[in-house]
Design a protein around this ligand. Structure first.
Ligand SMILES: C[S@@+](CC[C@H](N)C(=O)[O-])C[C@H]1O[C@@H](n2cnc3c(N)ncnc32)[C@H](O)[C@@H]1O
Length: 236
């Protein structure tokens, strides 16, 4: 079993980066020592791999589950987990350097309500029980600017349909992006997948959420003069 392709999981194309520059000694240690204990498991022992699901009660008791997809360096995830000790948090990120950065922050902040899936969100959707996610954050997903790459974007049925299945009715989905064409695709595809856009006035998408903390990617976008959009949906 590999860290990125769990045994029995369907084969999937992944176009992003899994590794960046060489990890330092401390980061390697965090991955070795901390990551195994932060796994979102255990998974139930069903014969049929498609029926194997995470036992969330064993991990988080009766806390509601929040999910952050592609947490990057983890600053938003740690901020939310500390602000909401009453929720259980799963962070999902296939870029191992980002995972190592999150683990460094978790060592310092020690929130105690965070689990980490160091891999693709689609593999996590396979094992999340239906309707189990009470809130989901998708913050600055990879923009894939070239038209021929738009189908690699996260806001496509391949990702949105299983996300819809694992989210609870009425659960909130927050999407931030600085790319106007990503806004277009999001507003086309996400409602089609069964989520209702909540904006009533321009301020609702121009201004960040009340409990927002700017991410690394957002700070770069702002430095480079791009405008953030904050899109809030509810799972219908
Ligand atoms: C542009 S970065 C933004 C990172 C962070 N959210 C921020 O705002 O700084 C997008 C992140 O999504 C991650 N990502 C891409 N595809 C993913 C997938 N299928 N599942 C989970 N994360 C994914 C990438 O590895 C990358 O770290």
């Amino acid at each position: 079993m590999s860290e990125t392709h769990p045994q029995g999981a369907p084969w999937r194309n992944f176009y992003g980066r899994r590794h960046g520059k060489q990890l330092n000694a401390a980061q390697k240690r965090y991955l070795e020592e901390d990551l195994p204990g932060l796994a979102p498991g255990p998974v139930s022992h069903e014969e049929n791999p498609e029926r194997r699901k995470l036992d969330l009660a064993a991990r988080f008791g009766d806390r509601p589950l929040w999910l952050e997809i592609g947490f990057g360096g983890g600053e938003h995830l740690v901020h939310q987990a500390q602000a909401h000790p009453e929720v259980g948090f799963i962070g999902c990120e296939p870029f191992i350097n980002g995972v190592a950065m999150l683990l460094g922050k978790l060592r310092r902040a020690r929130p105690g309500n965070v689990a980490v899936h160091a891999g693709d969100a689609r593999d996590l959707f396979d094992v999340l029980p239906d309707g189990s996610v009470a809130k989901c954050f998708l913050l600055y997903p990879d923009p894939w600017p070239k038209a021929r790459h738009h189908r690699r974007r996260f806001v496509t049925p391949e990702h949105l349909e299983p996300l819809h299945r694992v989210m609870a009715p009425g659960a909130e989905l927050r999407i931030a992006t600085d790319i106007p064409d990503y806004v277009r695709q999001t507003l086309e595809e996400v409602p089609r997948a069964g989520f209702a856009w909540q904006a009533e006035r321009a301020a609702d998408w121009r201004e960040p959420w009340d409990d927002w903390i700017s991410t690394r990617y957002e700070r770069k976008a702002l430095r480079e003069g791009r405008r953030p959009h904050y899109l809030t949906f509810r799972r219908v």
